[in-house]
Design a protein around this ligand. Structure first.
Ligand code: GSH
Length: 202
Protein backbone atom coordinates (compact mmCIF):
# COMPACT_ATOMS: atom_id res chain seq x y z
CA UNK A 1 0.00 0.00 0.00
CA UNK A 2 1.21 3.48 -0.87
CA UNK A 3 1.58 5.83 2.09
CA UNK A 4 1.95 9.55 1.37
CA UNK A 5 3.50 11.74 4.03
CA UNK A 6 2.67 15.40 3.51
CA UNK A 7 -0.28 17.73 3.65
CA UNK A 8 -2.09 18.92 0.53
CA UNK A 9 -0.91 22.32 1.77
CA UNK A 10 2.62 21.38 0.75
CA UNK A 11 4.42 20.04 -2.30
CA UNK A 12 2.60 16.78 -1.54
CA UNK A 13 -0.22 18.44 -3.52
CA UNK A 14 1.46 17.17 -6.71
CA UNK A 15 1.84 13.68 -5.24
CA UNK A 16 -1.86 13.60 -4.40
CA UNK A 17 -2.76 14.88 -7.86
CA UNK A 18 -0.73 12.08 -9.46
CA UNK A 19 -2.24 9.51 -7.10
CA UNK A 20 -5.74 10.64 -8.10
CA UNK A 21 -4.81 10.47 -11.81
CA UNK A 22 -3.71 6.88 -11.24
CA UNK A 23 -6.76 6.01 -9.17
CA UNK A 24 -4.71 3.91 -6.76
CA UNK A 25 -5.44 3.35 -3.06
CA UNK A 26 -3.27 5.21 -0.59
CA UNK A 27 -2.96 6.11 3.06
CA UNK A 28 -2.40 9.73 3.95
CA UNK A 29 -0.17 10.99 6.73
CA UNK A 30 -1.41 14.59 6.67
CA UNK A 31 1.81 16.22 7.88
CA UNK A 32 2.32 19.97 7.61
CA UNK A 33 5.80 21.23 6.69
CA UNK A 34 7.95 21.99 9.76
CA UNK A 35 5.36 20.43 12.07
CA UNK A 36 6.64 18.35 15.02
CA UNK A 37 5.81 15.17 13.10
CA UNK A 38 8.56 16.00 10.59
CA UNK A 39 11.19 16.10 13.35
CA UNK A 40 10.62 12.70 14.92
CA UNK A 41 13.30 9.97 14.61
CA UNK A 42 10.79 7.86 12.67
CA UNK A 43 10.18 10.60 10.09
CA UNK A 44 13.85 11.56 9.85
CA UNK A 45 14.63 7.91 9.11
CA UNK A 46 12.35 8.25 6.07
CA UNK A 47 13.63 11.68 5.03
CA UNK A 48 16.66 13.11 6.85
CA UNK A 49 15.86 16.44 5.12
CA UNK A 50 12.78 16.72 7.40
CA UNK A 51 10.68 17.73 4.40
CA UNK A 52 7.51 16.57 2.73
CA UNK A 53 6.46 14.85 0.57
CA UNK A 54 7.87 11.40 1.22
CA UNK A 55 6.26 8.16 0.13
CA UNK A 56 6.52 4.63 1.40
CA UNK A 57 5.44 2.09 -1.18
CA UNK A 58 5.49 -1.43 0.23
CA UNK A 59 8.71 -0.58 2.07
CA UNK A 60 10.28 1.50 -0.71
CA UNK A 61 10.97 5.01 0.57
CA UNK A 62 11.26 8.00 -1.77
CA UNK A 63 11.41 11.75 -1.32
CA UNK A 64 11.55 14.63 -3.85
CA UNK A 65 8.13 15.35 -5.32
CA UNK A 66 9.21 15.26 -8.97
CA UNK A 67 10.97 11.89 -8.57
CA UNK A 68 7.95 10.52 -6.71
CA UNK A 69 5.66 11.36 -9.62
CA UNK A 70 8.02 9.77 -12.14
CA UNK A 71 8.12 6.64 -10.01
CA UNK A 72 4.37 6.41 -9.46
CA UNK A 73 3.46 7.07 -13.11
CA UNK A 74 6.01 4.54 -14.40
CA UNK A 75 5.18 1.85 -11.84
CA UNK A 76 1.49 2.03 -12.68
CA UNK A 77 2.02 2.16 -16.46
CA UNK A 78 0.21 5.45 -16.64
CA UNK A 79 -0.44 6.98 -20.05
CA UNK A 80 0.86 10.17 -18.41
CA UNK A 81 4.35 8.65 -18.46
CA UNK A 82 5.76 9.34 -21.94
CA UNK A 83 6.73 6.08 -23.65
CA UNK A 84 8.93 7.81 -26.22
CA UNK A 85 12.45 8.41 -24.81
CA UNK A 86 12.53 11.95 -26.19
CA UNK A 87 9.26 12.86 -24.54
CA UNK A 88 10.38 11.15 -21.35
CA UNK A 89 13.51 13.32 -21.49
CA UNK A 90 11.34 16.41 -21.99
CA UNK A 91 9.33 15.47 -18.90
CA UNK A 92 12.62 15.26 -16.98
CA UNK A 93 13.81 18.50 -18.50
CA UNK A 94 10.70 20.41 -17.44
CA UNK A 95 10.66 18.89 -13.98
CA UNK A 96 14.31 19.81 -13.37
CA UNK A 97 13.73 23.20 -14.94
CA UNK A 98 10.82 23.95 -12.64
CA UNK A 99 12.78 22.87 -9.58
CA UNK A 100 15.73 25.04 -10.58
CA UNK A 101 14.03 28.15 -11.98
CA UNK A 102 10.65 28.46 -10.31
CA UNK A 103 9.87 26.20 -7.36
CA UNK A 104 11.45 27.91 -4.36
CA UNK A 105 11.36 31.33 -6.02
CA UNK A 106 7.57 31.18 -6.32
CA UNK A 107 7.16 30.00 -2.72
CA UNK A 108 9.41 32.82 -1.49
CA UNK A 109 7.49 35.36 -3.51
CA UNK A 110 4.08 34.23 -2.26
CA UNK A 111 5.27 33.85 1.34
CA UNK A 112 6.76 37.31 1.47
CA UNK A 113 3.86 39.05 -0.28
CA UNK A 114 0.83 37.30 1.19
CA UNK A 115 1.18 33.95 2.95
CA UNK A 116 3.28 34.96 5.95
CA UNK A 117 1.95 37.22 8.70
CA UNK A 118 2.74 40.81 7.70
CA UNK A 119 5.39 41.24 10.40
CA UNK A 120 7.38 38.31 8.99
CA UNK A 121 7.33 39.46 5.37
CA UNK A 122 10.56 40.77 3.87
CA UNK A 123 10.11 42.88 0.74
CA UNK A 124 13.71 42.32 -0.37
CA UNK A 125 13.15 38.54 -0.42
CA UNK A 126 9.91 38.99 -2.39
CA UNK A 127 11.60 41.32 -4.88
CA UNK A 128 14.58 39.00 -5.40
CA UNK A 129 12.23 36.05 -5.91
CA UNK A 130 10.05 37.97 -8.36
CA UNK A 131 13.13 38.96 -10.37
CA UNK A 132 13.63 35.23 -11.00
CA UNK A 133 9.96 34.27 -11.43
CA UNK A 134 9.38 36.77 -14.26
CA UNK A 135 12.04 35.44 -16.70
CA UNK A 136 11.07 31.85 -15.88
CA UNK A 137 7.41 32.52 -16.70
CA UNK A 138 8.53 34.37 -19.85
CA UNK A 139 10.33 31.20 -20.96
CA UNK A 140 7.34 28.97 -20.16
CA UNK A 141 4.96 31.35 -21.91
CA UNK A 142 7.16 31.39 -25.03
CA UNK A 143 7.07 27.60 -25.22
CA UNK A 144 3.36 27.26 -24.46
CA UNK A 145 2.62 29.86 -27.10
CA UNK A 146 3.86 27.30 -29.64
CA UNK A 147 2.74 24.03 -28.10
CA UNK A 148 -0.33 22.97 -26.14
CA UNK A 149 1.48 20.55 -23.80
CA UNK A 150 5.06 20.33 -22.56
CA UNK A 151 5.99 16.80 -23.70
CA UNK A 152 4.09 15.38 -26.63
CA UNK A 153 0.60 15.77 -28.01
CA UNK A 154 -1.30 15.30 -24.75
CA UNK A 155 -1.27 16.23 -21.09
CA UNK A 156 1.54 14.29 -19.40
CA UNK A 157 3.67 13.95 -16.32
CA UNK A 158 5.63 16.99 -17.53
CA UNK A 159 2.52 19.17 -17.37
CA UNK A 160 1.42 17.71 -14.06
CA UNK A 161 4.78 18.35 -12.41
CA UNK A 162 5.11 21.92 -13.63
CA UNK A 163 1.44 22.89 -13.25
CA UNK A 164 1.33 21.24 -9.82
CA UNK A 165 4.24 23.40 -8.76
CA UNK A 166 2.50 26.42 -10.24
CA UNK A 167 -0.55 26.01 -7.99
CA UNK A 168 0.09 29.47 -6.63
CA UNK A 169 -0.14 30.82 -10.16
CA UNK A 170 -3.88 30.14 -10.02
CA UNK A 171 -4.25 33.09 -7.66
CA UNK A 172 -1.73 35.36 -9.39
CA UNK A 173 -2.26 37.93 -12.10
CA UNK A 174 -0.88 36.06 -15.12
CA UNK A 175 -2.04 38.56 -17.74
CA UNK A 176 1.56 39.06 -18.88
CA UNK A 177 1.71 35.29 -19.60
CA UNK A 178 -1.57 34.39 -21.38
CA UNK A 179 -0.31 31.06 -22.73
CA UNK A 180 0.73 30.01 -19.21
CA UNK A 181 -2.61 31.14 -17.81
CA UNK A 182 -4.58 29.10 -20.35
CA UNK A 183 -2.40 26.01 -20.03
CA UNK A 184 -2.56 26.21 -16.21
CA UNK A 185 -6.35 26.40 -16.35
CA UNK A 186 -6.45 23.36 -18.71
CA UNK A 187 -4.22 21.34 -16.40
CA UNK A 188 -6.08 22.24 -13.20
CA UNK A 189 -9.43 21.54 -14.86
CA UNK A 190 -8.73 17.80 -14.72
CA UNK A 191 -10.88 15.89 -12.19
CA UNK A 192 -7.80 14.57 -10.38
CA UNK A 193 -6.39 18.08 -10.09
CA UNK A 194 -9.68 19.44 -8.78
CA UNK A 195 -9.79 16.70 -6.17
CA UNK A 196 -6.26 17.53 -4.97
CA UNK A 197 -7.06 21.23 -4.97
CA UNK A 198 -10.22 20.64 -2.92
CA UNK A 199 -8.10 18.81 -0.35
CA UNK A 200 -5.77 21.79 -0.09
CA UNK A 201 -8.47 24.43 0.03
CA UNK A 202 -11.14 22.48 1.89
N1 GSH B 1 12.60 19.59 -3.54
C1 GSH B 1 11.71 19.05 -2.54
C2 GSH B 1 11.28 20.18 -1.61
C3 GSH B 1 10.53 19.67 -0.40
C4 GSH B 1 10.15 20.83 0.50
O1 GSH B 1 10.87 21.83 0.63
N2 GSH B 1 9.00 20.68 1.16
C5 GSH B 1 8.55 21.71 2.07
C6 GSH B 1 7.05 21.73 2.10
S1 GSH B 1 6.33 22.21 0.56
C7 GSH B 1 9.02 21.37 3.47
O2 GSH B 1 8.81 20.27 3.94
N3 GSH B 1 9.64 22.34 4.13
C8 GSH B 1 10.11 22.15 5.47
C9 GSH B 1 11.20 23.12 5.82
O3 GSH B 1 11.41 24.08 5.08
O4 GSH B 1 11.80 22.93 6.87
C10 GSH B 1 10.50 18.38 -3.20
O5 GSH B 1 10.13 18.81 -4.29
O6 GSH B 1 9.96 17.41 -2.64
Amino acid sequence: MLRIHGSARSRALRTLWMTFELGIPYEHDDLLPRSPGTKTPEFLALNPNARVPVIEDDGFVLCESMAINFYLAKKHNSPLYPSDPKQEALALQWSFWETDRLDRQLVNYMNHTSALPEAERDKSVADAAWAEVVPALDVLNGVLHKTRWLAGADFSLADLNVAGALYRGLSMDLSRWPAVREWLARCWDRPAAKRARAMREG
